[in-house]
Design a binder for this molecule. Sequence first.
Ligand code: DMJ
Length: 577
Amino acid sequence: MPGAGSAAGARRRGLLLLLLLLFAFSAPAAGFGSAKKAYMKEKVRKMFYHAYENYMAHAFPHDELKPLTKTFTDSLSELGNLKLEHLPQNYNGSALTLVESLSSLVILGNYTEFVKGVLWLSDNLRFDVDARVNLFECNIRVLGGLVSAHILATDSKSRLEHGLYKNQLLDLAKDLGQRFLPAFETPTGLPYAWINLKYGVMENETTETSTSGCGSLILEMGALSRLSGDPRFEAAALRALRKLWSMRSPLNLLGTNLDVVTGEWIEYSSGIGAGVDSFYEYLLKAYVLFGSDEFWEMFHSAYLAVQKYFRHGPWYHEADMRTGKATYWQLTSLQAFWPGLQILVGDIAAANSSHREFFYIWERFGVLPERYLLDHNMLHPTEKYYPLRPEFAESTFYLYQATKDPWYMKVGETIVNSLNYNTRVDSGFASIRDVTTMELEDHQHSFFLSETCKYLYLLFDDSFLADENYVFTTEGHPLPIKISWHEKLPAAYIPSNWTSLKGGNLAVGLSALSQQVCPATSSGLSISPQIESACHVPDLHSDHRCRIDDECGIDSSNCRKRVCSMAGYCGLWLFVL
Ligand code: DMJ
């Protein structure tokens, strides 16, 4: 580089870089005071109730609200059923949106409505219905909603008056779980994608399912086994997961679709979006919830393979599991959960860079389109919709938790404003059919209440997380991390240790996210690629700011040591001064 050797030039560059660095570390601190935070929290609270109250007024006890026509849809049997085949004749809904809202009501502190919902479901919800449902969808929404609400109804907060609750939601969950079990009776142990709640697997049922369809059942079914003492649920989900993992290629990649009877792949291309997303999510979250090394080892190998074969800068394309060669260059709205997962594994720099790209697309369209063709730099011709999905809000929440950088609150504010501007109607929130015209669609999905509103609320008020550690299921339902469920709970998770950690015991400063491993791509750096980095979430001090470099750990995206800025943020020395 011309002039690179001049001492004066080097000093000037050094000064400039120092200023850049100071700016990068201190600028985000400005701009989101407590009044603004309270204002935003209130705004999200109102959003949730606008969605919830209109559901209760116009759709309950059916499944979901149609906010434009103020009617309902009994959509449980339609979820994942793109061709709308085998729809039931006599199905009148399962109060799906209420089931999905229970944990959000607790997070918002509305115990009165939570209790009302629990008691209504106890008396009225029944699964002995002739309805063919998607196992994955029914698991994450209904089973997950019930299990989580049961835990919240019975934890130490005593939200239900003594004597009112006699484990009715757990009984319902057990009943539902048992109706799932016939789906797993295949030669491979991989479950059918569809099950009739009354009659089991239907004759001539399709044997095709997706990777997420059979690989993301372990949290809910594992929790159900732990709560009920019946091991069959966890055993079935674990057997399926192990079989699925055994079908990976030598590159540690999996496809998207497979046959549950033959155990053969149908679609060899996959990415981190539709059909696969929650498989990765559940490997890591199962490790956090149950503490078995088996989950960590699967996740670790799978994560490295994703970073190696799918990642292209901040983007993730799809690739063929057999060759690792890129197939489709597409950004999808579902992929936006990935930065949140990267926060759990501690890959903060990588999470931040992908999150920024999603934000760029969000700002460009006002919401996230379902599919964007990266190679043509254009929207997918038909998948231009935005069905109120939560993934980008979810990642924003995780990034804020990890960094406490107020910039993420500003992102949250943008999301809230876009949702209110583009999707709020008189009777709820409507999906967007086409992000180029903002034409609306008459559907308020239940995940808007279980996830989108919840993550936005938690971004501005995380008091729910103050005295208990939770894993959020892929549908946003919290499951507490319990000593009794864990093979080896990290010290930081044990409540008594939390007190001493918060008191400033720097030596143990690791959270549950502490088992980060530097990716294989980091060879050549002075630190071993397999090193476990210290957690770089500065959760040791009440203001969430670091004091010394050692509290910041190592950035697992490049295995470099992070430093504590003067403003108290962990970051990377991007340049050597
Ligand atoms: C939710 O039902 C779950 O998050 C699922 O894993 C995939 N995404 C939808 C909402 O977009």
